[in-house]
Write a protein that binds this ligand. Structure first.
Ligand code: GLV
Ligand code: MG
Length: 311
């Protein structure tokens, strides 16, 4: 893992095509916690090689502040992967936090990237580069547990709904949106499976893109599904999506204050009164409540929240 970015927030993960110097220049100012400069599917095959140079310049020349900075390379089933890795990692400065590997099907693909990175780091002396892995094929989902365990460099596991719908051969023409004809949530199993695997191995878990970029209310509604399940964040494909997703993945002030109050009450109960469970208002709280509260507080603090005045 990259020491800098492992625990940084990733409420919003903004995709920027590596073929667009104009969009790459705007990247740092769009309010996303994490930005990935894309060499994969938002870049046409004929632009792949030129995009590498654009991406290196954007990493080295822009001021990225605290943003988690990632490059999505091409998948191992293309001809571009090894040159993407060598070009980007050898030529980028320390500000590059991690690489994203798309369409991961087996743990060995993560191991191969880990080995290549290890050699580049040994040769250049640069600091460790983290890995984000995308699960977006049926084979990737079948192997998700082994994939999450494949390398200590892994920082996140990401669901890619568009490619996943294609891999499943679902009869839809837009991936990553609600299917009104389906009685329920067609991705519920997938969301839960990836979340459990990611959490079991201590990874951040991220939901992929919502492709109807002008439908911000529908985006808010759809993002709540993975937010409620426990995901850490979601992709944005357009700057307009960033604000909505940041809001969805940040606790409300009420939740944040309640979580702080639970931690105070639990500390008092266990450390002063020597009790494991105690009443908090009209509910009983215990160690599980503390764990849930810590998550809200950590997320809120990452978003810059402080205790409300009434707290
Ligand atoms: C993202 O890469 C997706 O395929 O949804
Ligand atoms: Mg994809």
């Amino acid at each position: 893992m990259s020491e800098r970015s492992r625990y940084l927030p990733r409420r919003t993960c903004l995709s920027i095509p590596g073929s667009s110097p104009k969009m790459l220049a705007k990247g740092p100012s769009l309010g996303a916690d994490m930005v990935f400069l894309d060499l994969e599917d938002s870049v046409a095959p004929l632009e792949k090689e030129a995009a590498r140079a654009n991406v290196v310049s954007a990493i080295n020349d822009n001021d990225w502040g605290d943003t988690v900075l990632c490059v999505r390379i091409n998948a191992w089933d293309t001809k571009w992967t090894y040159q993407d890795v060598i070009h980007i990692v050898e030529q980028s400065g320390e500000r590059l936090d991690e690489l994203m590997l798309p369409k991961v099907q087996r743990a060995s693909e993560v191991v191969a990237l880990d080995l290549l990175l290890t050699q580049i780091e040994a040769n250049t002396g640069r600091s460790r580069v983290g890995i984000e892995a995308q699960i977006e094929t049926t084979m990737g989902l079948i192997n998700v547990e082994e994939i999450c365990a494949a390398s200590p460099r892994l920082e996140t596991i990401i669901f890619g709904p568009a490619d996943f719908a294609a891999s499943m051969e679902m009869p839809v023409l837009t991936g990553g949106v609600q299917i009104p004809e389906y009685p329920g949530d067609h991705f519920h199993y997938v969301f839960s499976k990836i979340l459990m695997a990611g959490r079991a191995y201590g990874l951040q878990v991220i939901d992929g893109p919502f492709l109807k970029i002008r439908e911000l209310d529908a985006l808010r509604d759809y993002s709540m599904r993975t937010r409620i399940l426990g995901y850490d964040g979601k992709w944005a494909l357009h700057p307009d999506q960033v604000k909505v997703i940041n809001e969805v993945f940040t606790p409300t002030q009420e939740q944040f204050d309640k979580a702080l109050a639970i931690l105070d009450a639990y500390k008092q109960a266990t450390e002063t009164d020597r009790k494991g469970a105690v009443m908090f208002g009209d509910e009983m709280i215990d160690e599980a409540s503390r764990k849930m509260a810590v998550k809200f507080v950590t997320r809120g603090e990452r978003a810059g929240m402080t205790r409300g005045t009434e707290g």
